[in-house]
Design a protein around this ligand. Structure first.
Ligand code: HEM
Length: 483
């Protein structure tokens, strides 16, 4: 805090911050009380729209350190040398809850990571799960509507959730993951992170590789059971946020070991699963995880609103050597986030301290708009120009990919072993008997709340197709609960 008297927003000293100005003792309040007008008006505008998803979250700054030579895969400068360090900002979140919701809930966790690289900011906007519920962006608003509050009841409704999942069999893998033991992390520090989508890496020679990112927690995985979570959510709704801040305050910096699965471009067309299908993993036996770095979180934000609420992450923020894949979900996200930022934080959101490049300079020809800070001074705002303005480089960040066929509303290609259930079944069969019991209890407890038998049966049928035993046990458990 600076020294000196309290002032108005315009810097004039304030005489009385306890009593508003009246016409006579006990008389009405005067409109000339500038301080009162200013305080009430500012207060009314203290909120910005919360994120439409992932509204509830916590963030911290940190450092990414390269631990392996990956220059044969990517020309990204921040990955160019073993030992090289890059400043980062990571925002964790839950998905469905509103800004004030409890942290200890069954929900995926967001894992949004900004690398402040010397070639601009690179954002990896992932989750703590390697897969997702759907595989086409056109279904996302419908999916999220079923997770959020029903327009009539104003509450989340089991009917809507299970109706959508039952009618979207591609969700079976992610739902099995979510209702299993890892569905409620004990804290943000005790969970893994994933880029989830497949991304393009390209090297100096222009060769293309498809990659998937993995962030393995060095704190170890720790999760809560449904009963533990119910208790904690009531007792300490801010449990995850507090845990992260306090760990960093006491110098107990959380770290993650960063790895990638790398697929040579030539493998993609014939791989047994469509490598751009977000509902599928690449089994490690096919493409092992190669360790490439270490992520440490070591600095708390000083102002939650300025640095966490106003932070923005976009899957479209790439740097040279890294780009998108044709994953239809990712393609939709390339649009959705920038659009959300322009609505939620404003057209100059990219230039707030937490969002602007820290190791590079943004040199654009765009200007003005709400809260423009004049950073370009008198420089020309067009290209080409003869006044030494910044110029285009002629080299795209990523390599072109071949395409075939005709335009149309089309499903993504189906590869030899692709169907909606195969990996959900594999995940179920990997679980111990105790894990299976908890999974069935978690799922049946929720499905039993559905009001219509046909909706419950359709949902159960998806799990039956993943594994006969899975479906049978679930059906029996739901029947027992529904009586
Ligand atoms: C097509 C599907 C999707 C759409 C349209 C979409 C859209 C959005 C939007 C509009 C936001 C709010 C952004 C803001 O207000 O700043 C958001 C946040 C987020 N989304 Fe997605 N999303 C999609 C799928 C995914 C997937 C598959 C993942 C993870 C693999 C993901 C991870 C996140 C995270 C981590 C955040 C929070 C970012 C932050 O901390 O600010 N989303 N999403």
């Amino acid at each position: 805090m600076t020294q000196g008297p309290l002032t108005t927003e315009a810097g004039a000293p304030v005489a009385d911050n306890q009593n508003s100005e009246t016409a006579g003792v006990g008389g009405p309040v005067l409109i000339q009380d500038q301080l009162l007008m200013e305080k009430l008006a500012h207060f009314n505008r203290e909120r910005i729209p919360e994120r439409v998803v992932h509204a509830r979250g916590a963030g911290a700054y940190g450092t990414f350190t390269v631990t392996a030579d990956v220059t044969r895969y990517t020309r990204a400068k921040f990955l160019s040398e073993v030992g090289k360090q890059t400043e980062t900002f990571l925002r964790f979140s839950t998905v469905a809850g509103n800004l004030g919701a409890a942290d200890a809930v069954r929900d995926p966790r967001g894992f949004a990571l900004k690398f402040y690289t010397e070639e601009g900011n690179y954002d990896l906007v992932g989750n703590n799960t390697p897969v997702f519920f759907i595989k086409d962006a056109i279904k996302f608003p419908d999916f999220i509507h079923t997770q959020k509050r029903d327009p009539y009841t104003g509450s989340q409704e089991a009917d809507n959730v299970w109706d959508f999942w039952g009618l979207s069999p591609e969700s079976t893998h992610q739902v099995t993951w979510l209702f299993g033991d890892r569905g409620i992390p004990a804290s943000y520090r005790h969970m893994d992170g994933f880029g989830s989508h497949t991304f393009q890496w390209n090297n100096e020679a222009g060769e293309v590789f498809w990659v998937k990112y993995h962030f393995k927690t060095d704190q170890g995985i720790k999760c809560l059971t449904q009963d533990e979570a119910n208790k904690l959510a009531g007792e300490d709704p801010d449990s995850h946020q507090r845990d992260l801040r306090e760990a960093i305050e006491r110098g107990d910096y959380p770290t993650w070991t960063v790895g990638v699965q790398v697929m040579p471009a030539a493998d993609a067309a014939t791989y047994r699963f469509n490598p751009f299908d977000l509902t599928k993993v690449w089994p490690h036996a096919d493409y092992p995880v190669i360790e490439i770095g270490k992520l440490e979180l070591n600095r708390n934000p000083q102002n939650v609103f300025a640095e966490v609420e106003q932070s923005i992450f976009s899957p479209a923020h790439f740097v040279p050597g890294i780009g998108p894949s044709p994953d239809k979900m990712l393609q939709g996200r390339l649009f959705a986030y920038g659009d959300a930022h322009r609505y939620r934080v404003g057209i100059n959101a990219d230039h707030l301290p937490v969002n602007r490049p820290h190791a590079a300079e943004a040199r654009t020809h765009s200007r003005d708009g709400f809260l423009y800070d004049g950073r370009h001074a008198g420089a020309k705002n067009y290209e080409p120009n003869s006044f030494g303005g910044p110029n285009q480089t002629g080299r795209p960040l990523w390599q072109p990919v071949p395409v075939t066929g005709v335009t149309g509303d089309q499903e993504a290609p189906v590869h030899a072993e692709d169907n909606d259930f195969v990996q959900a079944g594999n995940l179920y069969r990997l679980m111990s008997e105790e894990e299976k019991e908890r999974l069935i209890a978690n799922l049946s407890g929720f499905i039993a709340k559905v009001s219509r038998d046909d909706i419950a049966e359709r949902a159960i049928n998806n799990f039956r197709q993943a594994d006969e035993d899975y479906g049978k046990r679930l059906e029996a458990a739901v029947q027992a609960l529904r009586g």
